[in-house]
Structure formats: structure tokens, C-alpha cells
Write a protein that binds this ligand. Sequence first.
Ligand SMILES: [Zn+2]
Length: 266
Amino acid sequence: MPSHLRAAAALAALLCAAPAAASDLEPRLTLAGPGASARTVALTLDACSGATDHRVLDLLIAERIPATVFVTRRWLDGNAAALKLLLAHRDLFEIENHGDAHVPAITDRPTMFGIRTAGALEAVRREVEGGAEAIEAATGSRPRWYRDATARYSRDALTAIRADGYAIAGYSLNADMGTSLMAPMVARRVAAAKNGDVIIAHVNQPGRAAGSGLAEGLRALKASGARFVLLRDAETRTDDGPAIGPVVARSRPPGAAEPASGVTRH
Ligand SMILES: [Zn+2]
């Protein structure tokens, strides 16, 4: 087996097998009010670092499939042409915060999946703010959703990021397991998305097979009549604590009731 495949297989095994530390949280996010008449999903794509997967991005534009793209400062710095493309289709793409340098928002263990964690709340805040500043500079608007490098958080980090006004972008369907899966598997997982799923996948690994499977699965999902929504337009539900979105918090008229716990309106 080629070494990169061995590495991918090892990563897949790790992602499947590694239990979260008792204190770590991996919030699950779903759409709270998916369409009754059509299967409705939210596609979220991480741009961690590296390059741009045009098998995916070009398909989204051609098929007019909306996606919420989580970018790091690091990815923005190296992908000016792709950013221009995202900004040329603002109706299709929402750009949200994946941090500054792809550092997990975890303070209670030194590494997660081999990635060095923030280790302390101050470093978590720098990571979140660094991503936000880069996005504001690139797009003119502040991000409202945050997803850290591994979609896992220590409780203190989760609380701190929410206190800064972010909604935490969990997911319910892991389409590509960090781009470690082979194309047919990714295609099957995406095509089988359930009504209300928030799908997580990647748009920064053009050299991995997973991206072609993602494109194929999305094509099938669209052809089946599925509806795609952006997180900013969706009512979402998280299984972990209150998730009152910043848009709600800022737009709620004085004296209006708090939204129900666990439900984010965007
Ligand atoms: Zn990432």
C-alpha cells in the first residue's frame, strides 16, 4: 500500500476508534426545521490549510449548491484565487471561522489526532480572533460560526468561544473523515444524507481521492431533489448546551423572549 494510503487508513482507524477525552465535547448539529417536502441538508466544508479542491468547488458553482465554508487565516493566505471565486458567488457561499492556524480549541490534553492543541484559553482566544480578523479583512464581514480544527473542544474552550458570540458548528454526517476515506465510500455517505443533516467534508485536499467522491455524492444528492441551505439561513439544533446564535442575540428586539435552549435561529 502506498505510504499516503497507509497514513490515510491509519487516520481513518484513529478517527473511528479514538474516544474523546471525558472532558472533551464534540457537539452534534442538525437542522431544526428541515423541509417536509424535500430532503434538506446543510453542506459545510473545511478549508484547513493547503490548497483548493476544484473538483468540489467548481461543481458547487456549476450545480448551484450552497455551502458554508470554514476557512483558516492560513488557508486564506495561500488561496487568493479561490477566495475571489467564493466572493464572486456570495449567494452560494457563506464564509465562517475555522481559526487562525488550525489549532484545536482544547486545553486539557497536548494533542488531538496528532495536532498540537491550544493548551490554554488565551491561545484558544488568539486562534479564534486570528481567524475572525482574517475573514473580516478578506470579506468585509465578521464570522458568526466557529469550528475548530478537530470539531472537538474542551468544555472551558467551548464556553469561552460561545461567550464571544459564536455558534459552534458541529455536524451530524462526517462525509470524508478528514479526507481519509476512498472516493466510493464518500460518495455513498453523502448520497445517503438524511433530512436535516449537517454534512462536514473538506475542500482543501485536491490530491486525495475523497474529493472526487464528495463531488460525485453531491451531484447525486442534488439530482435526487435535495435542498441545500447555508448555516446563516437555517434554524439549527445542537445536542450540547445552549446555542443561541449571535445573529439572534444581536437582532432580538429588546424585551423579546430568549429562543428555546438548544436551538439557534439564523
Ligand atoms: Zn480543519
